[in-house]
Design a protein around this ligand. Structure first.
Ligand code: GH3
Ligand code: MG
Ligand code: MG
Length: 340
């Protein structure tokens, strides 16, 4: 917690004798448990308002202002009270007035709220000033403390909320993505396919589905170990992700199988995309641990014509069939599903 700032008290009175009286009761060790107070003296309303303005600018508001009502030749304490109130809602204002001065009701109307405005009549006993000061100082300190606690609480809530949101985003990411490759996982890519298929049915635009499988991947595992196999999978996934448009979705469908969903794409363009993926892997052997591994892909392509009705299952089966034909054709190639 920041060290408590001294309680600041503004005193405006045109009689310098009065200043001495305030000083006697409020200064040094006579000040009670809230002192020593930091006192600021003015002999005119204008000077009091300037001092209050400076205090607000410095974020060191006066806790209490004792304002004499009559301060010739300048403007009086009532005017100063209105100005002070406009500058700071928190300052507690004590009007110090003679018998014949302004009616307290008028003051109350002009300087709300009434619970931050007090009234003391001259001639007062000096002890009254001390009582006012210590009571109002206690209230000021309590309010400051409450404000600090509230701000601390708000900060804490904001921190916790941010941490929860981050944890939730991480959880959601982990639930929808594959750990090894960082690609959307099987459930996510199927969900995307369902969404796009629905959209294709409504818009009448075709949708392409591409199944990719690494050739002889088992042999890579067998020859180089499972960890190298993992690294190859991650490298291939990374390359493929860079080779598709941002609004296409490539996900890890199974062990070494990937499914690509290409919205608004006919079969001719889909074959070009598939060929790009195949070449992107085959044309550049994978460099790992000082060795280069030639890896190839087989790719099956199918598509949903927007005019026809298709199901997710048939599209995946068709893509799988086309992939099977690519394997049968000697691997490292792209095959298009031929309907019927
Ligand atoms: P084909 O050309 O016919 O596709 O041959 P293949 O060896 O790629 O196919 P097969 O289905 O026989 O073997 C796939 C292998 O992929 C077997 C499995 O252990 C391996 N595999 C699946 N998931 C992972 C993985 O996350 N990491 C590693 N390192 N290997 C995996
Ligand atoms: Mg394979
Ligand atoms: Mg396979």
């Amino acid at each position: 917690m920041a060290p408590a700032q001294p309680i600041r008290i503004l005193i405006a009175d045109d009689e310098v004798m009065m200043h001495n009286l305030y000083r006697q009761v409020l200064e040094t060790n006579t000040a009670g448990k809230h002192g020593p107070y930091e006192l600021t003296f003015c002999d005119q309303g204008e000077a009091a308002v300037s001092a209050a303005r400076k205090a607000v600018q410095e974020k060191r508001d006066f806790a209490i202002a004792f304002l004499d009502v009559r301060m010739p030749p300048g403007r009086g304490g009532l005017w100063a009270a209105e100005e002070l109130r406009a500058l700071s809602a928190a300052t507690q204002i004590v009007m110090v007035t003679g018998y014949s001065d302004v009616d307290p009701k008028t003051i109350e109307q002009r300087v709300p709220p009434s619970d931050r405005l007090l009234y003391i009549q001259k001639p007062f006993h000096p002890f009254e000033i001390r009582q006012f000061a210590s009571t109002l100082a206690a209230r000021w300190e309590m309010e400051q403390r409450i404000q600090e606690l509230q701000q601390g609480l708000e900060r804490l809530v904001a921190q916790r909320t941010a941490a929860l949101e981050k944890a939730y985003a991480e959880l959601e990411y982990r639930a929808t993505h594959d750990d090894l490759t960082g690609l959307p996982n099987r459930a996510t890519v199927i969900e995307t396919l369902a969404k796009e298929l629905n959209r294709s049915g409504r818009s009448g635009r075709s949708l392409a589905v591409v199944m990719v499988d690494i050739d002889h991947f088992k042999a890579i595992n067998d020859a180089h170990g499972h960890l190298t196999g993992d690294a190859v999978l991650a490298e291939i996934a990374g390359r493929m992700r860079l080779l598709v448009r941002p609004y296409d979705t490539i996900g890890r469908f199974g062990g070494e199988e990937f499914l690509l969903v290409i919205p608004e794409c006919g079969h001719e363009d889909a074959v070009l995309v598939a060929e790009r993926l195949r070449a992107g892997v085959a044309d550049q052997p994978i460099a790992l641990d000082g060795q280069t591994l030639p890896v190839t892909l087989s790719v099956g392509v199918t598509w949903a014509d927007g005019a026809q009705t298709h199901s997710i299952d048939t599209l995946i089966a068709e893509a799988d069939q086309a992939l099977y034909r690519a394997k049968e054709s000697g691997r490292n190639c792209v095959r298009l599903n031929t309907p019927g």
